[in-house]
Design a protein around this ligand. Structure first.
Ligand code: ZN
Length: 240
């Protein structure tokens, strides 16, 4: 079994299609989505449709949650807020109902998936360092857990202590725990514009972090044409 694990699509259809095509080419047999299907970019309905067609495990992100509310309850920055208002107006009731139905975390095969953190998944905290990761590891019952939310691919390992592993190829070793950020499909923020996702090969106990080129220019054009803030298009090229 080869799982393609992707997060933070954020309505970027071009990036999502490129990731799907790459995953199929790399013989992935299963798909998993870590949330934030919508928000920021210009194709929320199309991205929801594509993810729903996969009929795969999906957990809820904070933008997915906010898109289902009549008005925002979380303090988003101005860019995120303008995009989520725009998104809310475009989603139909059925799409909203589907987003509402998503769980905050779940188990898939022998691993766990969550959008933000395992200690308080509905509070949308960010895991950027070892100390943040410690709290999630406390609640991690499987050797491997995949998460998203920061838009920065990152691997934390717990054995005697907690440390970061910087390699893009991770061998899952017995007796250790792994808390792995799959990066972001539709709005990477590590200075690299390419769409991020990862593959978990269950039999070979290997996780691979990948970056894929996509049709950035089209995604940017759609954002400006939709009347969304121009900065949302510009940041895609910077990977910020
Ligand atoms: Zn996100």
């Amino acid at each position: 079994m080869r799982f393609a694990i992707f997060s933070d699509i954020h309505s970027n259809l071009e990036a999502l299609e490129a990731v799907m095509a790459d995953a199929r080419q790399r013989r992935c047999t299963h798909f998993v989505c870590l949330g934030d299907v919508v928000g920021y970019n210009a194709n929320p309905c199309e991205c929801i449709q594509l993810v729903r067609q996969l009929d795969c495990p999906v957990v809820k992100g904070n933008h997915d949650e906010q898109a289902t509310f009549p008005a925002s309850s979380e303090r988003f920055n101005e860019l995120a807020e303008r995009a989520i208002e725009w998104t809310r107006e475009r989603l139909n009731e059925e799409d909203k109902e589907w987003l509402r139905s998503l769980p905050l975390q779940r188990r898939v095969h022998d691993f766990t998936i969550v959008h933000a953190t395992l200690d308080t998944p509905g509070q949308w905290g960010y895991v950027f360092n070892n100390l943040d990761a410690v709290a999630s590891f406390t609640y991690q019952r499987t050797p491997v857990c995949f998460f998203g939310h920061t838009h920065v691919p990152m691997v934390f390992v717990r054995d005697d202590g907690v440390r970061r592993q910087t390699s893009e190829h991770i061998r899952i070793e017995p007796g250790k725990k792994y808390f792995i950020n799959a990066g972001s499909v539709g709005q990477p923020r590590d200075g690299n514009w390419r769409a991020g996702y990862c593959i978990y090969d269950i039999e070979n106990k290997l996780v691979e972090l990948l970056r894929i080129k996509y049709d950035l220019a089209t995604a940017q054009k759609k954002i400006t044409k939709a009347g969304l803030p121009r900065l949302l298009a510009e940041r895609l090229a910077m990977g910020r």
